[in-house]
Design a protein around this ligand. Structure first.
Ligand code: BGP
Length: 469
């Protein structure tokens, strides 16, 4: 295996999917508090069927959970800060001290075990008030509100935190404008003009955050984070090849700006064809030149695309639209195609495009787990399917490292079971730690080590040597 000595092994979570305590210690509502079914339904306010309101009670159990991450040997732990814990409506002049104290404690707990925190500043959890008042990122005012929030974090955690990510899966706004961009206008009614102007605001905010972080602490490393929608042509028909090129351009435009400092060459035609005329100021252009230190991404699956929408079988992937099944790929219980080699391919493509260190911020298998006695008076899950998924993907990470790609680290998504993002279920589990929580909200919330817990512990301890080719 080709993992470097300093490879950052770890796991990842997001505040809204694990913390719970949605109204404690002064937290304001976030957009997730009105999404009880994932991104499909928006309610007027919090409803009892929203599992995220209580989450896995990480807010009160983070010490126990981080101790288990340490037991697995994590070098890094990626988590997000809930913006609405710090600025409940996004517009307060002074941050909420109780919210900050919680993250002080989480960070200190990580540092106690020598775990490097990697913080996502905005992970699908914009304060709801900003969605209601401004229609989220479609309004330019969001840039300043976001930077005010960033400034608090960068100043407070100087010397403690090194790695930051500005926006989770920034390109997912193309598919989920509310969850990703806090835009309340229904997608079908959202014009390309408004969508791309919102994207522009996020890109400027991200770049200005990079500049601000470096100004506050030159040791900060700030990354972008994209949903790596890896797409293969459904057939060798040149029409399909061009369709994939077009979809790739739409997806990579985000990281192109964040990693290279300006809109890419193809943006002019893309905007013309979409009828978009961006309002870009000179100050925006200058801001965009502040590029990220690394490029991070989530990778779960690959898909196919065809120029002819009637061709091929639709995939179960619900973050994206009109993608097709690959007859060579297996699928997860949720219909997500499984393609470990696609991760090697993605790493190589991104590295060729950006020549910046890459970080795999999310990867994993969402599956139904069955709790069984562990023979020692407790419980476990025999999750060989998860071990296989992770093993095969990590082998491909090693291949990419051998190819010469600079990969900084890997954080397994949902290292502890948490509420799913796209469907808000608990039964879609990714963790190496089982949480005793049922779909109806009942359960003891006890934590149990799955078989993958010991497996991952060994992978980390051997720096990947225990992986099976
Ligand atoms: C990504 C999100 C995560 C996460 C993951 C798995 O898109 O960044 O928040 O949950 O997908 O998706 P799901 O939970 O829907 O299975």
């Amino acid at each position: 295996m080709y993992f470097p000595e300093n490879f950052l092994w770890g796991g990842a979570t997001a505040a809204n999917q694990c913390e719970g305590a949605y109204d404690e210690d002064g937290k304001g509502l976030s957009i997730q508090d009105v999404l009880p079914k994932g991104f499909k339904v928006i309610t007027d306010g919090p409803t009892p069927d929203n599992l995220k309101l209580k989450g896995i009670d990480y807010y009160h159990r983070y010490k126990e959970d981080i101790a288990m991450f340490a037991e697995m040997g994590f070098k890094v732990y990626r988590f997000s800060i809930a913006w609405s814990r710090i600025f409940p409506t996004g517009e307060e002049a002074v941050p909420n001290e109780a919210g900050l104290k919680f993250y002080d404690a989480v960070i200190d707990e990580c540092l106690k075990y020598g775990i490097e925190p990697l913080i996502t500043i905005s992970h699908y959890e914009t304060p709801l008030a900003l969605a209601k008042k401004y229609n989220g990122w479609s309004n330019r005012i969001m840039i300043d509100l976001y930077l005010k929030y960033c400034q608090v974090l960068f100043e407070r955690y100087k010397g403690k935190v090194k790695y930051w990510v500005t926006f989770n899966e920034i390109n997912s706004i193309l598919h989920q404008p509310f969850m990703s961009g806090a835009i309340l206008t229904p997608k079908a009614q959202l014009s390309n003009q408004d969508l791309y102007q919102a994207i522009h605001h996020e890109l400027v905010a991200s770049a200005r955050a990079v500049e601000l972080a470096h100004r506050i602490d030159p040791n900060y490393k700030v990354g972008c984070m994209i949903l790596a929608v890896t797409i293969y042509p459904l057939s060798p028909n040149p029409d399909d090849i061009i369709e994939v090129m077009r979809l790739d351009d739409e997806n990579y435009l985000f990281a192109d700006v964040q990693a290279r400092g300006a809109y890419p060459y193809f943006a002019k035609r893309l905007f013309e064809e979409k009828g978009v005329q961006l309002e870009i100021t000179d100050a925006d252009r200058e801001a965009l030149t502040h590029t990220v230190d690394f490029v991070s991404f989530s990778y779960y699956s690959s898909n196919c695309a065809s120029a002819d929408p009637t061709k091929g079988e639709p995939t179960g992937s619900n973050m994206t639209t009109n993608l097709k099944r690959n007859p060579y790929s297996k699928v997860s219980e949720w219909g997500w195609q499984i393609d470990p080699q696609g991760l090697r391919y993605t790493l190589n493509r991104l590295y060729a495009r950006y020549q910046k260190p890459l970080f795999i911020a999310e990867n994993g298998l969402g599956a139904n787990d069955t709790l069984v006695p562990d023979g020692k008076g407790g419980f476990t899950v025999e999750d060989d399917y998860r071990i296989k998924y992770m093993n095969d993907h990590l082998v491909q990470v090693s291949e990419a490292l051998h190819d010469g790609v600079d990969v900084m680290g890997y954080t397994a998504w949902g290292c502890i079971d948490l509420i799913s993002c796209s469907t808000a279920e608990i039964k879609k589990r990714y963790g190496m730690i089982y949480v005793d929580l049922n779909s109806d909200g009942t359960g003891t919330l006890a934590r149990w080590r799955k078989k993958s817990f010991d497996w991952y512990k060994e992978v980390i301890a051997t720096n990947g040597e225990s992986l099976k080719v």
